[in-house]
Design a binder for this molecule. Structure first.
Ligand SMILES: [Zn+2]
Length: 554
């Protein structure tokens, strides 16, 4: 059991959320209680039998002067690392003198960012940043695009786990993926355009013609596109009169093609509630869409019958409760479901949005991501409770097609994009959570023609131990995990889960320090065993691990 002693009250919410994501036995420090691990963000409370004390904070603390430590402040935006994992820091942080055996080093400097002290049978770790200030930053402001590739929050969890194991203390946790899989995948589609026929002499049509007739040949000449795409796009442009005349199929109506490609995988479509609304009077007119959910009634039955989900592609819901309710109602009427999730059009979002969306009645939001990067804005792929919300979960968006390919965004060619996606998929495999992909509804069609890449991406994902789920199913699973509580049970810990009467899909994993070598270079090699989360589990009665397996931290 970890006891958490906080320096100030503002750390309470991010601390509680951090341990929802770590999902290991912990509680806020209670005087007189004995803990295996004491984690403090300030001076130490009176100690009892703790084997490990971890002091997080920029200080300076009394501990520092008692140990003759000179503390320097660290430049904001620095990266610290333990030899395996990088962690960008966003709050105040401190460095310590260089050490032969630092726990963390500052990148590009000889200084240490974390040190270990042995005081009798007890180990004390002095970490130069405040963990919960970092977590609050990650879950409210998020990481800048240049750090998108680093799952920083997951790295904070991995470091804490490693340090506890390094002190010879076992770690028990409910991993962030259902038993039998390494992570979940949500395939989602923002439907901004339902048909090209809805566009006549507007900027969308002009943009299409320009990119199809001029942009693709230029890309071909630069070696960034294939001749086949040039021909397909020219053909699509010259066939437009026949499409408008109703003689040819509309190339931008692609939902049935997605259902074919994603057979057996499930997917989530986000639809626009009202046509010709750009939103709250301040948005540019081109933000409005030329269709709404009432125009595509025929799509809902096939999507739902394949196990898919329909959610809201919101216009004003992010900053207006009453408009959010109105938009939500449009989706409820069309689908007959009460539980509706949302992703905002153009990823509009503010600090108040979680509270507003929750008050409007949404089950979850999946807006948090990047328009100009792919990866982990919150530093994790796990759905989390954003500040201001009590029930709503944020399901962060990981990979978006337009961010990868649009000029002015990342503007990648397909080979570089695939390499980047592979790296993100590998991180999801190592740390669990949900890989949320947004492939816009019209992206299979001319002039984008990103269908071949999408199939390759699904192939890459399919090589892993994954579970394809709808966004609502992913959020449901994480709600179940959040319902699990660890309770002291004599000298062990008991886990109880509210599974709504269904069999639990959670696993329990115990990392056993006896099966690892305590040499700091191989601390990552630990044994992860899983057991049913519904059974009692006492750490002391754990059988020795028969088969120590390497656990890769990616
Ligand atoms: Zn959109």
């Amino acid at each position: 059991m970890i006891g958490v002693y906080l320096q100030n009250e503002e750390e309470r919410e991010p601390a509680a959320e951090f341990f929802e994501l770590f999902k290991t036995p912990w509680e806020f420090y209670r005087e007189g209680e004995s803990y295996d691990v004491l984690l403090s963000t300030g001076e130490c409370p009176p100690l009892l039998g703790e084997k490990l004390v971890i002091l997080y904070g920029s200080g300076p603390f009394l501990f520092d002067s008692n140990h003759g430590l000179t503390v320097d402040s660290l430049r904001g935006g620095s990266i610290v690392h333990d030899g395996y994992l990088d962690v960008p820091l966003y709050g105040e942080a401190a460095t310590f003198p260089a050490s032969d055996t630092p726990l963390l080093k500052v990148k590009g400097s000889a200084r240490s960012a974390a040190l270990v002290f042995n005081t009798g049978p007890r180990k004390v770790l002095r970490i130069g940043y405040n963990l919960f200030v970092e977590i609050r930053h990650l879950l409210t402001i998020g990481q800048p695009p240049e750090h998108a590739a680093i799952p920083s929050l997951d790295h904070h969890i991995a470091l804490l786990r490693k340090w506890i194991l390094g002190a010879g203390i076992p770690v028990m946790e409910i991993p962030p993926a259902p038993a039998g899989s390494d992570f979940m995948v949500c395939l989602t589609h923002d439907v901004d355009f339902a048909a090209i026929r809805n566009h006549r002499l507007d900027h969308t049509l002009a943009g299409f013609l320009h990119r199809a007739l001029v942009g693709t040949p230029i890309d071909f000449l630069k070696g960034r596109s294939r001749w086949r795409k040039v021909v397909t796009n020219w053909k699509a442009a010259f066939q437009l009169p026949a499409v408008y005349a109703g003689v040819m199929k509309d190339p931008w109506t692609q939902y049935a093609e997605y259902l074919k490609i994603e057979k057996g995988m499930k997917s989530t479509f986000y639809f626009i509630p009202f046509r010709n609304r750009s939103g709250n009077g301040k948005s540019p007119a081109r933000r409005s869409c030329r269709y709404d959910i009432s125009d595509v009634r025929g799509w809902t039955a096939p999507i739902l019958s394949q196990g898919g989900e329909i959610g809201l592609h919101g216009i004003d819901a992010w900053n207006d409760v009453s408009k959010g309710k109105e938009e939500l109602e449009r989706i409820r009427q069309a689908t007959g479901t009460n539980e509706v999730g949302v992703r905002m059009h153009w990823l509009y979002f503010g600090l108040e949005s979680p509270r507003i969306l929750e008050q409007a009645g949404f089950l979850y939001d999946s807006t948090w991501g990047y328009n100009d990067a792919v990866g982990f804005r919150a530093g994790t792929g796990q759905p989390f409770r954003p500040a201001g919300a009590r029930t709503l979960l944020e399901l962060p968006l990981t990979i978006q097609d337009t961010a990868l390919f649009y000029k002015g965004r990342m503007g990648l060619d397909e080979d570089s994009a695939l390499e980047l996606c592979r790296a993100v998929i590998d991180k999801a495999r190592a740390f669990g959570g949900v890989l949320v992909v947004n492939w816009h509804h019209r992206s299979l069609a001319p002039e984008r023609l990103w269908g071949e890449f999408y199939r390759k991406l699904l192939g890459e994902i399919g090589k892993k131990r994954v579970l394809f789920v709808t966004a609502r199913e992913a959020v449901d699973w994480f709600q179940e995990r959040r319902s699990a509580v660890f309770v002291r049970n004599g000298s062990g810990v008991r886990v109880s889960v509210h599974g709504n009467g269904r069999p639990s899909r959670l696993a329990l994993r115990v990392y056993d320090p006896r099966s690892i070598c305590l040499d700091s270079d191989v601390l990552h090699k630990v044994c992860g065993r899983t057991a049913e989360a519904t059974e009692f589990f006492a750490c002391e009665k754990r059988p020795p691990c028969p088969n120590p397996a390497p656990f890769s931290m990616g």
